[in-house]
Design a protein around this ligand. Structure first.
Ligand code: ADP
Ligand code: TZD
Length: 588
């Protein structure tokens, strides 16, 4: 030990006090600073966003890491398109924007398909992508992953934004949230350049710059005269029908819609993703008499659906007799897009339906017994025919016999989400499997896009906390199949059933070379083996009994599972219900 005199000791003590307070100062200064990474996370959290679906890498790796450290759930995928699809379906289910996080250029482009799909389907989602340096990108000097992402996102998004200064992050996130969920929901792009992410600013200033968005999707009340016009028209109808679209499911106005349907006694048709808004077994459901009510009705009240290709554009043979339309819709420019709308009601569905309930009061004249009887008769006839087909138990399984099993599974477990993609697998499942709860049927939507399967399954499992049954054609499954690793990694209760009919369609290569036809895959493939590679449970089902046992076991265990369901390869039709959309050469 050094032998110090009094003076020396006093000097030493003063010095060390000085050093300590300088260190404390620096520490305090450090804790008083924040950075763009934290501001993005804080802005999301402040607005009640808890989950990020993404695929980290330069320049957003730390964003993902810090988000997890700050208590957000960060679900990391194997391909950005699937992360984007998970975010989009999260938006549909929760009415809050689903967040997808990607790296620059290629990662951004991979996510962009999902963003475009979300915009097309009116699902609220925000694609947040890191990007390269503006100075270099704009001069096209060849930066790492150089791309003018904002310009490319623009036509595929409801709105694109870029933030360049840390103090603008709060506003950028607020604008993105509002754009995604207000009015007609859609996909929003938020561009975060690498240089922004590294910026540090005073913590207090940063905190004050954040915005908690007040009333992000404000109610939009319909004009009273539009409500009256609509109710008057509905009252004058002889053969009324209500058409519910996925906008009605997304709107979360379940109670008002049910009350309106039941109070008016009008038969209703749910579009695919509106199934379960009222249980498909509801006596007023006209699903089993779909073509009859479309053709025969005289007044159709469209609620949260577009008269696009899925509804034969509201005209032609499908729609048969002349009719008048009422349309409840949040986007005024949707009105008259395909046919003239006699009574547009513009506003959010909850407010519009409530206003119409107010207008009809307690005295709405129920539709005639003649109309209800005719619908009921058709329905009973078609249901009896379907029951006959479903009762068959061929080997190998047909789409129908396998779906009979899954119909029973959903009936016994109405709270689980059903993800569905494919051609025949989609069309038949939509018709056969009854849904009992809103926003539980998640499928290929407006584009009829393949590849949403595993992304939607992950999103639904995370957001609902409940099991998911994903029913996918073997071709459809292949687009996102690698995400079964993600499902295993997060130990999600997702049971995927691959309807394996050896490809898209049975064809032979007419050229005589050894290549298979372009619609045919490896025969007798064992998709169940794929999930075993990641610790999930694989099942191989060749009969309805095996299928039933496998699904029930998988759901009971609540573990990641994949069932390879062998389906007769000659059972389906090419492109399922859409065969007529395939152009055929007119050359003789
Ligand atoms: P489907 O495919 O089921 O027929 P679409 O996606 O074509 O349904 O149509 C959904 C419609 O619902 C869109 O036109 C959208 O603007 C509208 N919509 C979405 N949310 C709401 C809402 N909260 N209130 C009113 N309309 C809504
Ligand atoms: N690519 C994308 C992204 N979306 C598409 N819809 C298609 C291609 C074309 N396509 C369909 O429209 S259905 C389908 C493809 C490739 C596959 C159908 O085969 P499947 O289903 O095995 O999934 P089924 O049930 O056996 O008919």
């Amino acid at each position: 030990m050094l032998d110090l005199n009094e003076d020396q000791r006093a000097t030493r003590s003063a010095q060390s006090n000085l050093q300590r307070s300088a260190a404390e100062d620096t520490l305090q200064k450090k804790t008083e600073m924040t950075d763009a990474f934290h501001l993005v996370i804080d802005a999301l959290k402040l607005n009640g966003i808890e989950n990020i679906y993404g695929l980290p890498g330069i320049p957003v790796t730390d964003l993902a890491r810090l988000a997890q450290a700050e208590g957000m759930r960060v679900i990391s995928f194997r391909h950005e398109q699937n992360a984007g699809n998970a975010a989009a379906i999260a938006g549909f289910i929760t009415k809050k924007p689903g967040i997808c996080l990607t790296v620059s250029a290629p990662g951004f482009l991979n996510g962009l398909t999902a963003l475009a799909n979300a915009t097309t389907n009116c699902f609220p989602m925000i694609l947040i992508s890191g990007s390269s340096e503006r100075e270099i990108v704009d001069l096209q000097q060849g930066d790492y992953e150089e791309m003018d992402q904002l310009a490319i996102a623009k036509p595929h998004a409801k709105a694109p934004f870029r933030v360049l200064r840390a103090e603008d992050i709060g506003i950028g996130v607020a604008r993105a949230i509002r754009a995604a969920v207000s009015g007609r929901p859609g996909g929003v792009y938020l561009d975060l350049p690498a240089k922004l992410l590294a910026q540090a600013i005073d913590a207090e200033k940063g905190r004050k710059s954040l915005i908690k968005v007040v009333d992000p999707a404000p109610r939009q009340l319909p004009a009273p005269e539009s409500v009256k016009r609509a109710v008057d028209l509905l009252k004058s109808a002889k053969r009324p029908m209500i058409l519910l679209g996925k906008g009605a499911a997304h709107a979360q106005a379940d109670a008002q819609i049910r009350e309106f349907v039941e109070k008016t006694g009008i038969p209703y048709l749910p579009m695919s993703m509106a199934k379960g808004l009222l249980p498909d077994t509801h006596p007023q459901s006209a699903s089993a008499a779909r073509s009859f009510v479309l053709a025969e009705s005289d007044v159709v009240m469209v609620v949260g659906a577009r008269l696009n290709w899925l509804l034969a554009h509201g005209k032609g043979k499908t729609w048969g007799k002349p009719k008048q339309f009422i349309q409840i819709e949040i986007a005024p420019t949707e009105i008259d897009s395909n046919v003239a709308i006699a009574a547009p009601v513009i506003g959010d569905i909850g407010s519009c339906v409530s206003a119409m309930l107010g207008e009809i009061g307690s005295s709405f004249p129920k539709p005639s017994a003649e109309w209800l009887g005719a619908v009921g008769e058709r329905k009973d006839k078609n249901l009896a025919k379907m029951a006959e087909t479903l009762a068959k138990d061929p080997t190998p399984m047909s789409f129908h016999s396998a779906l009979r099993v899954l119909k029973g599974v959903i009936k016994a477990n109405p709270g689980i989400s059903l993800v569905n993609e494919g051609a025949n697998t989609l069309d038949f499942a939509r018709a056969i499997i009854d849904m009992y709860e809103p926003r539980k049927r998640l499928d290929v939507g407006t584009w009829g896009v393949m590849g949403v399967g595993m992304g939607y399954a992950v999103g639904a499992a995370i957001e609902t906390g409940k099991p998911v049954l994903a029913v996918c054609g073997d071709s459809a499954f292949g687009f996102s199949g690698m995400e079964i690793e993600t499902i295993c990694r997060y130990d999600l209760p997702v049971c995927t059933v691959v309807f394996n009919n050896n490809g898209v369609y049975t064809d032979v290569n007419p050229s005589g070379t050894k290549d298979l036809a372009p619609t045919v895959f490896v025969k007798n493939a064992r998709y169940d083996k794929l999930i075993e590679a990641f610790g999930g449970i694989g099942y191989h089902a060749t009969t309805t009994a095996e299928l039933e046992k496998a699904v029930n076991e998988a759901l009971k265990l609540g573990k990641p599972a994949l069932i390879n369901a062998v389906i007769d390869e000659s059972a389906g039709t090419e492109s399922g219900r859409l065969t007529n959309l395939n152009p055929h050469s007119s050359a003789k």
